[in-house]
Design a protein around this ligand. Structure first.
Ligand code: PAF
Length: 282
């Protein structure tokens, strides 16, 4: 695997692969890789012939009181894991390479409606930062396929919409959430949990399951299902931002006859903000 830090170097490698007729698959990440990210590369390997991963902690998607400065950065370990997973090119730019004029006044990509609900309501500007950096990375890498984890379901929905609206020539692939044996969704932020919080954290997944079971059984009192989920998390000491049943296609409010549903939650536990979701196909 080769490591590059400049836009020019990525473009040169990918242009060469495209000229050889190779299909290029891309996995954007913020580094501190774990088994969940490795599964994204494995998914990419089923969809392409050359593989690019980016490692970039994007300042634009962090709020002023969020963990940008402390976000875990482990570049040497990331490089080892990507090489072992069969990645061909690791793109690890610094902030100036991506935002040469600073990120505050940079041109932005907004996906209104989808960006200001659920996590967007509690993290204003977050999805604008995500959409902007992903659009920039797509312009830089020019992939045929890009892979995103379904754990960040709202993020994937927003990126799908951006790609459709801006006619970007890239195929998006969602990869299933990778979980610890006790059901906790893998996330770099799990390391913020104390031992006691870590023991509690899988309750998020169990609470989503309880809601999904009710929906699968045909219940359609969404407000009651949301209330029960919120209260179960609160009783265990979580501070839920939301526990919501939505249409899986566009995150709108479902009706009694909506077939594809998703239950999503974001909840704080100690220093960590955990997110997870489950889909229900009727
Ligand atoms: O999901 C992430 O790790 C980030 O939001 C992404 C897509 C790499 C953009 O910075």
């Amino acid at each position: 695997m080769e490591t590059v830090t400049t836009i020019a170097a990525v473009r040169e490698r990918v242009c060469r692969w495209h000229a050889e007729g190779r299909r290029v698959a891309f996995v954007p990440t913020m580094g501190n890789l774990h088994a969940g990210h490795v599964s994204l590369i494995e998914t990419a390997r089923r969809h392409g012939e050359r593989f690019v991963a980016s490692i970039f902690v994007n300042p634009m998607q962090f709020g002023p009181n969020e963990d940008f400065a402390h976000y875990p950065r482990t570049p040497a370990q990331d490089a080892r894991m990507l090489a072992e997973a069969g990645c061909d090119l690791m793109f690890m730019p610094d902030v100036l390479e991506i935002y040469p004029n600073g990120s505050q006044r940079a041109t932005r990509v907004e996906v209104p409606g989808l960006s200001d609900i659920l996590c967007g309501e509690f993290r204003p500007g977050h999805f604008e930062g995500v959409a902007t950096v992903v659009a920039k990375l797509f312009h830089i890498v020019d992939p045929d396929v890009a892979v995103f984890g379904e754990k960040d379901f709202q993020q994937l929905t927003i990126i799908r919409r951006m790609v459709a609206d801006l006619c970007m020539p890239v195929t998006l692939v969602g990869a299933p959430t990778v979980r610890e044996p006790d059901g906790l969704a893998m996330s770099s932020r799990n390391q913020y949990l104390t031992d006691e919080e870590r023991r509690k954290a899988p309750l998020i997944h169990r609470t989503l399951h309880a809601a999904a079971d009710r929906l699968r059984a045909g219940e359609r009192d969404f407000a009651d299902i949301e209330r029960a989920g919120t209260q179960a998390l609160e009783r265990a000491g979580f501070r839920p931002d939301y526990f919501a049943v939505r249409r899986a296609d566009d995150l709108g409010s479902p009706g009694a006859d909506t077939r594809h549903l998703v239950v999503l939650t974001a909840a704080r536990l100690g220093r960590a903000r955990l997110i997870d979701n489950l889909r229900i196909n009727g």
